[in-house]
Design a protein around this ligand. Structure first.
Ligand SMILES: [Zn+2]
Ligand SMILES: [Zn+2]
Length: 254
C-alpha cells in the first residue's frame, strides 16, 4: 500500500489511463488541425499549429504607452501627474483598473469575437493574457479572491454564458486563486453609454447584491471598461460587504 491508500496496481492503472487520455487528446488535436486548419482570429492567415492569433497580429496589438493615471490607466499628457482629473477630484470605490488595451481596433474585435461569436478559444487566449498582466511582478499587488461582474439570470440565459465569469475562471486557474461568485445582479439595467449623465447616476443604484461572503483583496473581472459605472457600483457593493481593496481587470477600455 502507498501512503495515500492506493495500491501499486492502482497507481500503474492510473498512470496508464492518464497517458492513454493524453495520447487521445493529442490525437484529437492533430485530427482537428487536419480537418479544420487553424486560422488567425484577426487576419485569417492559416496557422501552422493550434494557435489563436498569429505572431504578426500579436505584435501589432495596440498597448497603452506613455504616462497614464495610476488609478484608472487613462493616458495623461503631463508625466509628472499621477492621477487624471476624474480620479484626482472624486472618491472611487475601485482602487485600480487594468485593461489589456484600447477597445478601438483589434482588442475590440477580439472581445466581440469571444462575446458575440462565442469563440471560447479566443476567450481563453484573452483570459491568459489578463492573468499574465496580473501576476504580482506586473500588477504590483496580491489578490485573495477573484470574482466577476454578474449578469441577471435572464441575460445569462439569453447569451448562454457570462463572458466575465469565463475570463475570471481562466485568470483564477492561471493565478491559482479562488474564484468566488460574490455578487448577483437584481434587475436589468439599460447600457450606461446610452443614458444621460443624470440617468447614469441612478441606473445602477442597488442593482448588485453581495452574496454572504466577505473577502479582503478582491479582483473584479469584466470584459469592457466604458464609463466605469458598472465596476464602480460593484466595488461599492463589495466594500460595503467588507472588501479592503477592489481592483478591476477588463480586456479593453473604450
Ligand atoms: Zn494574424
Ligand atoms: Zn484616472
Amino acid at each position: 500500500m502507498t501512503t495515500n491508500g492506493a495500491t501499486p496496481t492502482n497507481c500503474f492503472a492510473w498512470r496508464c489511463s492518464s497517458s492513454i487520455l493524453r495520447m487521445g487528446r493529442l490525437l484529437l488535436e492533430s485530427l482537428a488541425a487536419a480537418l479544420f486548419p487553424p486560422h488567425c482570429a484577426l487576419c485569417s492567415r492559416a496557422l501552422p499549429s493550434l494557435e489563436i492569433i498569429c505572431s504578426a497580429c500579436v505584435a501589432s496589438l495596440p498597448m497603452f504607452e506613455g504616462p497614464c493615471c495610476q488609478r484608472c490607466g487613462e493616458p495623461v499628457d503631463d508625466p509628472s501627474i499621477d492621477l487624471c482629473i476624474k480620479c484626482g477630484t472624486r472618491m472611487h470605490a475601485v482602487d485600480r483598473i487594468f485593461s489589456l488595451g484600447p477597445y478601438q481596433g483589434d482588442w475590440g474585435r477580439l472581445t466581440r469575437v469571444f462575446k458575440f461569436e462565442r469563440e471560447m478559444a479566443v476567450g481563453r487566449w484573452l483570459g491568459e493574457r489578463m492573468a499574465a498582466a496580473l501576476i504580482p511582478e506586473n500588477a504590483g499587488r496580491d489578490f485573495s479572491v477573484i470574482t466577476f461582474v454578474p449578469m441577471t439570470r435572464r441575460d445569462r440565459r439569453v447569451r448562454g454564458f457570462n463572458q466575465a465569469e469565463i475570463l475570471a475562471r481562466i485568470i483564477a486557474k492561471q493565478l491559482n486563486l479562488p474564484l468566488i461568485r460574490l455578487l448577483t445582479k437584481n434587475r436589468e439595467t439599460p447600457l450606461q453609454s446610452r443614458l444621460s449623465a443624470a440617468e447614469r447616476k441612478t441606473n445602477l443604484q442597488d442593482a448588485f447584491r453581495l452574496l454572504p461572503c466577505s473577502q479582503e483583496q478582491v479582483l473584479l473581472v469584466d470584459d469592457i471598461y466604458t464609463t466605469g459605472s458598472t465596476v464602480e457600483e460593484c466595488a461599492r457593493t463589495l466594500k460595503r460587504g467588507g472588501a479592503q481593496s477592489v481592483v478591476a481587470m477588463t480586456i479593453a477600455r473604450a
